[in-house]
Design a protein around this ligand. Structure first.
Ligand code: SF4
Length: 670
C-alpha cells in the first residue's frame, strides 16, 4: 500500500510517498508535487525509522513518589483535567499555560489554542516564538501578511537571489538545491552570512558580515540603491507609504560608515546592492539568521524595506521568503498558537475577537498572554502553576535552559504529551503518549503557505493516540467544548475561523495542496501575494536604525558564538537522533572553530573543549574548519548531552520576545 503524505521535518513541506512494508518503509518524493517535484533530501528519504524506535512512548504515565507509573488513559486524562481545574479554581485561568507545537497538525494546534482561550487564558504559545515570531510581527506591520509572498516554484523566475541568514542547502535542502541549480544556470546569488556556507561558496558575492549587524548591512545596501538611483520610483509612489521618513533613517548608513560595524568593504557592498536592485526580479530568502536576534523584528522590517524599495513584491520571481524551520510553523502560527493573536492573526485586543466568541459561544480573554520565554519566567516567580506541553522539548530548545529547569521544578503540575521520553518529558508529572505525523490525519501548511493533507501510514504503537484525540479528551473535561469526531471536523471549524482557509477542503487540497488565501475569490488558492494591492492598502516603509546586539566580546569572552542546525539533524534531535542513518552521519555535538583560533588556543581537531559564556558552560568536540571566520564559533543545538542553550542568555527582542540565539560572547579552551 502507498500513502501520500508530507515529510515530517523542515518547513519546505516536501510530499512523500511511503510504501509500507512492515517496518521496512520505502520512501519516494511525489513527482507531481509543486514543492519538491519528486526530490527529497536525506531526512525525507531516510529519516522515518524513528517511528519504529523501541523508545516510543506507548502508555500514559503518572509520576508517583518520583517514579513514572503506567496509567490507563482514563486515569491519566482525569488526573490531568482534575489538577488543571483545581489550579484554575484556586489561582485563576492565567495560572496555567499551554505550549503547542509546529510539529503537530493545524487541527491540533487550533484545538489547543481554543481550549486555552475557552478556559480563559491567552497563555498559549509555541516554538515559532523562538524562530519566526519576528516574521509574523514584522511582515504584518509592513505588508499586512506575515508569510512568504510567492511560491517555491516561482523562485525559478528570479534573476537574482539575495539569501541572508539562511544556510539553505543544509536547512531547507530542496529549496537550497533549487538555488544551486539556478545559480549554475548563471543567475546572480548574493549571500550574506557570517559563515562560509556551501551556498556562500557558490555565490556571486558573499558578504561575510559580523553577526548581529544585519540592519547596518541592509541599510547600507539600501543607501547605495538610493545613492545610485536604482530604486523603483513607480512602485514606491503607487504602492507604499512612509518613504520620506525611511529615507531619512537610511542617510546615516553609507557603506563607508557601516564598514566598521559589518566588516564589509564598501565596494563589495556596492556590487551586491547593484545586483539586487538592477537585475530583477529578485527574491529575498531568509531564516533564523535574521530573526533570532534582539532586533529580530527590525531585521525583518529592514528586509521588507529592501523589497519595497526595489519593487520586488507581487510578481513571479520576486518577493520575500521567510524559510520556516519546523514543518508546520506557518500553519501553527496561522492557527493562533501565539499569545498575542487569535487564529488568522486577529490581535487579542481587537474587536474582531467577537468572531471567535460567536463561533465558540464563549466570552474570551482580550489581554495579551505570556510568550514562551515569559511562561517559564512566570513559573519561576510562582505566577504560573501549571504548564501543558505538546510535542516540544524546551529543556533543549529554549534559551537559558538552566532557568527553564528551575521554572519547571517550581510548577505544581507539568504535563507533557510527546512521542518519546525527551529530556523535558522526563521532568513531567504526567506523560501522555502521542502518535507521529505518519500515524495520523490532518493538514500542515508549509513555508510557502501551501495547505497540504497529512495521511496515516502506520498504526500507532501501544496505546499512543493522535494529539488531537488527547486534546479533545482534555478539552471536554476542562473547557466544556463539545468535542470532535475527527480532524476533518476540526478543519471544517478552522475554515469558519480563518478567512484565508475558508475555501480549502480535505478534498480540494488533495493531492498537491493549495496556497492560502483560498476562498470564493481565489478558489485555486493564491500563488503570489500582493499582486495589485496590500491587505493594508499600501505597504509601509518602517525606518530602522542599527543598534548593536545584546552581547559583545571583552577580554575574557573574546569570541562570538552563533547557533543553528546541521544537515543531518533536526531541532532537538527527538526524531532525527533516533533515526540510524542520520545519527550515524552526525553522532556527537561539536563546535566549529577556525584554524587561526584553534592554533592560538592550542586546540586540535576532535579534541574535547570547553565553551563558556557569561551564562553557562558546555563540553564538546572541536571541529576545525574554514566555514567560520576567526573570532566566530558555531555550535548546533540538536544535542541534549551538550545543550548549547545553556550558553544563551535571556535577552529577547522587545517587540516579538524572541531570544538572541545568534550572538553570544564566549571563550573556548582546551
Ligand atoms: Fe523533508 Fe525538508 Fe528534506 Fe524536504 S527539504 S525532504 S521537507 S527535510
Amino acid at each position: 500500500m502507498s500513502v501520500l503524505t508530507v515529510c515530517p521535518y523542515c518547513g519546505t513541506g516536501c510530499q512523500i510517498v511511503v510504501n509500507e512494508q512492515g517496518t521496512e518503509e520505502r520512501v519516494t518524493g511525489y513527482s507531481r508535487s509543486p514543492v519538491n517535484a519528486g526530490k527529497l533530501c536525506i531526512k525525507g528519504y531516510s529519516g522515518l525509522s524513528y517511528n519504529f524506535s523501541r523508545d516510543r512512548l506507548k502508555h500514559p504515565m503518572i509520576k508517583r513518589d518520583g517514579e513514572f507509573v503506567r496509567a490507563s488513559w482514563k486515569e491519566a486524562l482525569d488526573e490531568t483535567a482534575d489538577r488543571l481545574l483545581e489550579i484554575i479554581k484556586q489561582y485563576g485561568p492565567d495560572s496555567i499555560a499551554f505550549q503547542a507545537s509546529a510539529k503537530c497538525t493545524n487541527e491540533e494546534n487550533y484545538l489547543m489554542q481554543k481550549i486555552a482561550r475557552v478556559v480563559g487564558t491567552n497563555n498559549v504559545d509555541h516554538c515559532a516564538r523562538s524562530c519566526h515570531s519576528p516574521t509574523a510581527l514584522g511582515l504584518i506591520t509592513t505588508l499586512g501578511a506575515g508569510a512568504a509572498t510567492g511560491s517555491i516554484e516561482s523562485l525559478s523566475a528570479s534573476r537574482t537571489y539575495f539569501v541572508i541568514g539562511s544556510n539553505t542547502t543544509e536547512q531547507h535542502p530542496i529549496i537550497g538545491t533549487k538555488l544551486v541549480t539556478e545559480r549554475k544556470k548563471g543567475k546572480n546569488l548574493v549571500v550574506a552570512d557570517p559563515r562560509r556556507t556551501q551556498l556562500a561558496e557558490l555565490a556571486t558575492i558573499h558578504l561575510q558580515f559580523n553577526p548581529g549587524t544585519d540592519v547596518a548591512l541592509l541599510d547600507s545596501i539600501m543607501y547605495v540603491i538610493l545613492e545610485e538611483h536604482l530604486e523603483d520610483e513607480k512602485f514606491i509612489s503607487d504602492r507604499t507609504e512612509g518613504f520620506p521618513e525611511f529615507r531619512k533613517a537610511i542617510d546615516k548608513h553609507s557603506p563607508e560608515i557601516t564598514e566598521g560595524i559589518t566588516g564589509i568593504k564598501p565596494e563589495e557592498l556596492r556590487r551586491a546592492a547593484r545586483l539586487i536592485a538592477r537585475d530583477r526580479p529578485t527574491s529575498i530568502l531568509y531564516a533564523m539568521g535574521i530573526t533570532q536576534h534582539i532586533h529580530g523584528t527590525e531585521n525583518v522590517m529592514s528586509v521588507s524595506n529592501l523589497a519595497l524599495l526595489t519593487g520586488n513584491i507581487g510578481v513571479r520571481g520576486s518577493g520575500i521568503f521567510p524559510l520556516r524551520g519546523q514543518n508546520n510553523v506557518q500553519g501553527s502560527s496561522d492557527m493562533g498558537v501565539l499569545s498575542e493573536w487569535y487564529p488568522g492573526y486577529v490581535p487579542v485586543d481587537s474587536p474582531r475577537v467577537e468572531r471567535f466568541e460567536k463561533l465558540w459561544n464563549k466570552r474570551l480573554p482580550r489581554n495579551k498572554g505570556l510568550a514562551l520565554s515569559e511562561m517559564f519566567d512566570a513559573a519561576a516567580e510562582g505566577r504560573v502553576k501549571a504548564i501543558y506541553v505538546m510535542g516540544e522539548n524546551p529543556l533543549v530548545t529554549e534559551a537559558s535552559v538552566s532557568d527553564v529547569e528551575t521554572a519547571i521544578h517550581n510548577l505544581e503540575l507539568f504535563v507533557v504529551q510527546d512521542i518519546f521520553m525527551t529530556l523535558t518529558a522526563g521532568e513531567a508529572d504526567i506523560v501522555l503518549p502521542a502518535s507521529t505525523s505518519l500515524e495520523k490525519e490532518g493538514t500542515f501548511t508549509n513555508t510557502e503557505r501551501r495547505i497540504q493533507k497529512v495521511n496515516a501510514v502506520y498504526p500507532s504503537p501501544g496505546e499512543a493516540k493522535p494529539d488531537w484525540w488527547i486534546l479533545n479528551e482534555i478539552g471536554k473535561r476542562i473547557s466544556g467544548i463539545q468535542g470532535y469526531e475527527s480532524p476533518r471536523e476540526i478543519f471544517e471549524e478552522i475554515r469558519q475561523a480563518i478567512p484565508g482557509y475558508a475555501g480549502a477542503t480535505y478534498e480540494n487540497i488533495y493531492p498537491t495542496g493549495k496556497q492560502w488565501p483560498i476562498n470564493a475569490e481565489n478558489p485555486e488558492g493564491t500563488e503570489i501575494l500582493h499582486t495589485k494591492t496590500f491587505p493594508l492598502g499600501r505597504a509601509k516603509f518602517v525606518p530602522v536604525v542599527y543598534a548593536p546586539p545584546a552581547e559583545s566580546v571583552d577580554e575574557k569572552y573574546d569570541m562570538i558564538m552563533t547557533t543553528g542546525r546541521n544537515y543531518f539533524h533536526y531541532h532537538s534531535g527527538t526524531m532525527s537522533r533516533r533515526t540510524d542513518i542520520l545519527e550515524r552521519e552526525s553522532p556527537e555535538p561539536y563546535v566549529e572553530i577556525n584554524a587561526v583560533d584553534a592554533r592560538r588556543l592550542g586546540i586540535r581537531n576532535s579534541q574535547t573543549v570547553t565553551v563558556e559564556s557569561r551564562h553557562g558552560t558546555i563540553r564538546t568536540k572541536a571541529r576545525i574548519t574554514e566555514k567560520v571566520p576567526p573570532g566566530i564559533v558555531f555550535v548546533p543545538f540538536h544535542y541534549d548531552e551538550s545543550r548549547v542553550n545553556r550558553l544563551v542568555g535571556k535577552q529577547v527582542d522587545k517587540l516579538s520576545k524572541i531570544p538572541e540565539f545568534k550572538v553570544v560572547a564566549v571563550r573556548v579552551f582546551a
